[in-house]
Design a protein around this ligand. Structure first.
Ligand SMILES: [Zn+2]
Ligand SMILES: [Zn+2]
Length: 332
């Protein structure tokens, strides 16, 4: 079946844990926001017994395992244990994630470097399918998540990136925080199985919210999550949409930038062509540089909201990402 793009959100709370909306209110809001799928992930609680479809919206069963060691999303199958969970250390947590995968679940490491509730145990060896690189409204902790994810990719580990709004309520007046960020999956259909396998296979673009910039990356005919051979030379294209002045599109081949373009004025669409040089992976990102009064203001806001409960003082990044793709894999 030909794949299509489906907009969704991997990480949502309701009144069944500490969210403000009842499940039906959250579902109504997702429909109003024209989402195709959502995963409901209340803390240590199954709000949905079984995934289903409602007026075209796919509602996927999930749970956020929430313990001191760190938070993990379990999607598409129930946690094969009852809370309160006894997972105090790395070995116990890793074993729990293995059990969840054996039960058929897709497992995602949530906000790993959150300065308030990140992981307190090492995560490099965790058996996860996905990592939530972008959690809630964009902030500097997500840059640390991205750096960890890229380091994993550089080691050859195929762990897929996702975004999750971690929606609890609309906290900031005038800003709809559902699907902020949005995870846009390239899936064979909008069934729970097809969406979850697209998430696991890294067939997703994460963008600030639905309707903002999108990035379509193609390398030698291969798309996100696919593998293509380098032999005899390899070229690619990347189309990025809705670039605001100052936005910079970058295409990476491993840790090298092989294409960059900074928008001087609004660009509805920008097309890049590039040659791929090395085996490994190709991925694309749209970045926004923070400087002067903007960085100062942003830093003050982050200090106010992140510092009080953080274990390490938050460091405001010089640059934030606005959208990014998962990789296309390149073999010799
Ligand atoms: Zn969490
Ligand atoms: Zn959460």
């Amino acid at each position: 079946m030909p794949r299509k793009w489906y907009r969704g959100d991997t990480h949502l709370h309701t009144t069944n844990s500490d969210g403000a909306l009842r499940l039906y209110e959250l579902i109504d809001k997702a429909k109003k926001n024209s989402l195709d799928w959502i995963i409901v992930t209340d803390h240590n609680y199954n709000s949905i017994e079984k995934s289903y479809s409602s007026d075209g919206l796919t509602v996927i069963q999930g749970q956020e395992i929430t313990v001191q060691a760190g938070h993990v999303n379990i999607w598409g199958a129930k946690v094969p244990a009852e809370p309160p969970y006894d997972i105090p250390d790395e070995a116990a947590y890793s074993a729990m994630m293995e059990r969840c995968r054996e039960a058929g679940a897709t497992v995602c490491l949530n906000h790993p470097f959150c300065s308030q509730c990140g992981f307190r145990v090492p995560i490099d060896g965790f058996p996860a399918d996905c990592v939530e690189v972008w959690n809630t409204i964009q902030h500097s902790d997500n840059v640390r998540n991205l750096n960890w994810w890229v380091a994993q990719l550089m080691k050859g580990r195929r762990i897929a990136a996702v975004g999750g709004s971690d929606f609890h309520r609309d906290q900031i007046p005038g800003i709809d925080m559902l699907a902020m960020p949005a995870t846009i999956t390239f899936a064979e259909s909008n069934t729970p199985e097809a969406i979850l396998s697209a998430l696991r296979e890294g067939r997703s673009v994460i963008t600030c919210r639905p309707g903002t910039s999108m990035i379509e990356l193609n390398v030698g005919g291969a798309g996100l999550g696919d593998t293509v051979g380098l032999s005899g030379g390899l070229n690619g294209t990347c189309v990025a949409t809705k670039l605001l002045p100052g936005f910079e599109l970058r295409v990476f081949n491993n840790d090298k930038i092989i294409y960059s373009h900074k928008a001087k004025s609004y660009e509805k669409s920008h097309r890049a062509e590039f040659a791929v040089l090395e085996p490994g992976f190709v991925r694309a990102e749209i970045d926004v540089r923070l400087s002067g009064p903007v960085k100062k203001l942003f830093g003050a806001v982050e200090t106010k909201y992140l510092a009080p409960r953080s274990e390490v003082p938050p460091v405001t990044a010089d640059e934030l990402f606005w959208a990014f793709t998962n990789p296309v894999w390149v073999e010799e």
